[in-house]
Design a protein around this ligand. Structure first.
Ligand code: HEC
Length: 192
């Protein structure tokens, strides 16, 4: 009796889970398969990590250096060759938004993928500096006008120098990393 009862109860739960999983997948990737799905999944993972750090930078969630380190590590794992290997020549199967220019300007594409690896590593180191101006940043001799890490917001060109960024508030390397995402999408991803 109990067994039969259990089965009856379990079935609707299972199908609800299945429906959710399928709906979620379809919503995100609309039927992508193979390498295209693999890279969309990878991009989603780094986007989730970026959002987590972004929420801390905006003060929407409490800043936790350990969380920033973990997010930076996730992003790092998807940078460099782990990113470029997801783009074998002419892999333009639907519903991809990748542009053929990727393989016409492979050096630029590769260099942006390398920047993901570089600046996520920098962000990991900068995590301990806190989101905005901190004692550590002061002691390292970084000029006060760089303390906000938002040079951009103060009408300054933000720095690209990894060593300088490692000493600066985490916000600076986060912004630099976000700029890398944007640069690659602008050059190599079709608009919706
Ligand atoms: C070297 C180039 C490059 C870099 C750097 C890059 N992306 Fe992408 N990204 C792409 C391309 C190309 C696509 C489209 C892939 C496709 O549709 O096949 C994409 C797609 C995406 C998508 C959509 C995935 C989906 O489900 O369709 C998200 C989200 C994303 N990227 C987030 C990021 C974030 C966040 C970063 C920075 C940490 C980043 N990307 C860095 C090239 C890049």
């Amino acid at each position: 009796m109990a067994n039969r009862f259990g089965l009856v109860l379990r079935r609707p739960v299972l199908s609800a889970v299945t429906v959710l999983a399928v709906a979620g997948g379809a919503f995100a990737h609309e039927g992508a398969t193979g390498i295209v799905k693999e890279r969309m999944d990878a991009m989603e993972r780094i986007a989730t990590a970026m959002k987590r750090v972004g929420a801390m930078m905006n003060g929407k969630t409490d800043y936790e250096a350990g969380e920033v380190v973990r997010a930076a590590e996730t992003i790092h794992r998807h940078g460099g060759e782990n990113l470029t290997r997801l783009f074998p020549k002419d892999s333009l199967q639907r519903p991809t938004r990748a542009r053929p220019d990727i393989w016409r300007d492979w050096q630029k594409f590769k260099s942006l993928a390398d920047q993901v690896a570089l600046y996520s590593d920098v962000l990991k180191d900068a995590a301990e500096n806190g989101p905005v101006g901190s004692r550590q940043g002061m002691q390292s001799g970084v000029q006060p006008d760089k303390q906000s890490g938002g040079g951009q917001m103060m009408g300054q060109e933000p720095t690209d120098d990894p060593e300088q960024l490692r000493q600066m508030p985490a916000r600076a390397s986060f912004m630099r990393l976000a700029r890398t995402c944007k640069a690659c999408h602008t050059a190599f991803r079709t608009r919706k």
